[in-house]
Design a protein around this ligand. Structure first.
Ligand code: KG4
Ligand code: ZN
Length: 332
């Protein structure tokens, strides 16, 4: 089955063409307009999606060497995300589906992140424990089979990606903060500052990042600009260790409690070098398969949406023309 995927939930306009699990194209246009504001401006995101959605889809078809009439199904994100941004992709998908007389399916963006990981896994060893870490989510999800999700833990306040972005902002490092901190942290001492790790020893699987965010802000306010500049890398490494170690510890604890066969991780923060290195190392040492997503499928992209949609379309699922965008859509 040849599927066109469309993703417009936040600040990436993306389209992809998949032939089953083979990615024929995956075009991602990142909206640079938000950089000057230090975060995504919803109204500007919707307008940029409107401008970009058609050319990005044309480019995806072009790169895939596929004509419109070859597309057999469309998969599009309908939540969670910014409502105006979601509506651009969703409305486009509905129109395409009607005009070409092919089915379309609305996909949960978080399910997309999960399938972005599974895209490169040959035989999935269920049950799998998924750590989903992005700008809007921090969740542990148990999957006993395809498309079957049970949330066993979530953040009670900020998402881990948000903590990276906000901490980078107070340190004056720019937006998005994740990649900048990741890069600087490589040269730094992770034991330079002891930042708090919420719920590390609690016996539930929830997370909290507001304490860490506040601790970084307090640290910045208490130190001179010279000190902060001199120890930029050390502060980043210390922050990153505090933010990521708690994810790894709780993931391993949950993997044991739920007797899973494999651990997987997904979402924008899955691009983090420290997480990739340590979760793989510790997960394998504990006897699990660890599924690491390819970098191209970590941050928002349409290939992951197309692959999740493919599983649903294959099972005969279809979305109605009156499907609405759901900004706070949850998994399961
Ligand atoms: O999944 P995503 O592209 O969008 C959402 O669905 O939220 O994730 C974006 C988040 C941002 O918070 C960004 O700072 C973070 O992922 N991120 C990273 C890295 N690359 C992106 N965080 C840590 N290390 C990275 N290398
Ligand atoms: Zn995302």
């Amino acid at each position: 089955m040849i599927v066109l995927g469309i993703e417009t939930s936040c600040d990436e306009t993306s389209a992809a063409v998949l032939d089953e699990a083979r990615v024929l194209s995956n075009v991602v246009s990142s909206q640079l307009v938000h950089v000057q504001y230090g975060g995504v401006v919803p109204e500007l995101a919707s307008r940029a999606h409107l401008r970009l959605v058609q050319p990005v889809i044309d480019q995806a078809l072009n790169e895939a060497g596929v004509e419109r009439r070859h597309i057999e199904g469309i998969a599009v994100t309908y939540g969670p995300g910014l409502v105006g941004a979601l509506l651009v992709g969703l409305t486009f998908a509905k129109g395409f589906s009607l005009a070409a007389d092919i089915p379309y399916i609305g996909v949960n963006h978080m399910e997309g992140h999960i399938y972005g990981n599974l895209l490169t896994v040959k035989d999935v060893a269920f049950p799998v424990l998924f750590l989903i870490v992005s700008g809007g989510h921090t969740q542990l999800v148990l999957m006993k089979d395809h498309l079957d999700y049970r949330i066993i833990g979530s953040t009670r306040d900020d998402a881990v990606g948000e903590a990276f972005d906000k901490s980078a902002k107070v340190m004056g490092l720019g937006y998005p903060g994740g990649p900048v901190i990741d890069k600087l942290a490589r040269e730094g001492d992770p034991d330079f500052v002891r930042f708090p790790q919420s719920f590390l020893r609690d016996d539930h699987y929830d997370f909290s990042y507001s304490g860490l965010k506040t601790a970084v802000l307090t640290y910045v306010e208490k130190h001179t600009p010279e000190h902060l500049e001199k120890h930029k890398a050390d502060i980043c490494a210390s922050f990153q260790k505090a933010a990521i170690d708690v994810l790894i510890t709780k993931t391993l604890r949950a993997a044991k409690a739920y007797r899973v066969r494999a651990i997987a991780y997904a979402g924008g923060v899955a691009a983090n070098g420290y997480l990739r290195r340590h979760l793989v190392e510790k997960g394998r040492a504990a006897g699990y398969d660890v599924y690491t997503p390819e970098m191209a499928y970590c941050t928002d992209n349409a290939a992951m949406i197309a692959y999740a949609g493919l599983h649903r379309l294959r099972g005969g699922e279809r979305s109605p023309q009156n499907l609405n965008a759901i900004p706070s859509l949850t998994l399961g």
